[in-house]
Design a protein around this ligand. Sequence first.
Ligand code: PGA
Length: 237
Amino acid sequence: MRTPIMAGNWKMYKTVTQTIEYFDKFLPLVENVQSREIVICPPYLSLSAALQKTQDTSIRIGAQNLHQVKEGAYTGEVSAPMLKETGVEFVIIGHSERRQHFCETDQFILEKTRAALASGLLPIVCVGEHLDQRENGQTDAVLTEQFAHGCGGLTPEEFSQVVLAYEPVWAIGTGRTATPEIAQDAHLHLRNLVANHYGQQIADATRILYGGSVKPDNIKGLMAQPDIDGGLVGGAS
Ligand code: PGA
């Protein structure tokens, strides 16, 4: 009942020209895919080109970040209304690279999620533990904390628009994927958190994506898990 999402996070890769070349090759490959939503998240500058190339397709385009304020003196930033006007539908929020390199906190993530929703964008909110946290048995506690502070303050109506992404930091770009069982445990924990906060009905409808070294040879095993509803794919996308 949950339509899976396969999302590509291009990070800071691909110029506009490379984006156009990519879609020329990619579109014929996914022409007949109907059983899942495909979301591609290129860098800001390539969003227009991506939107143009995909306009008569079911592929949806997302941004990788946004600023939480509508407009103002925030040099270098891009706001939710600006993204919305271009035709972007999704936005990744709270990716661990942004938490790490741009000091994003759960409070920021909550504000960004609210800003996205207020403009009609669908947020893909990322959570995930570091290696030392996993080794110390803190995974569930970290996810609980990130969820509570990053998403727990939304109304049920707001939260029902949110897509969650479990992205263990130790698996991102490392070639080290979580096993399907490890990922399933974390996804189930997240779904239970959603149920406790927002009720079982919303929990059952929430899509939770797995991200971290997803590749053609490991996606099947991950997707076979009951609580994994898609992938957020970096390098392989
Ligand atoms: P990866 O990145 O697939 O390259 O590990 C995933 C992500 O950062 O979203």
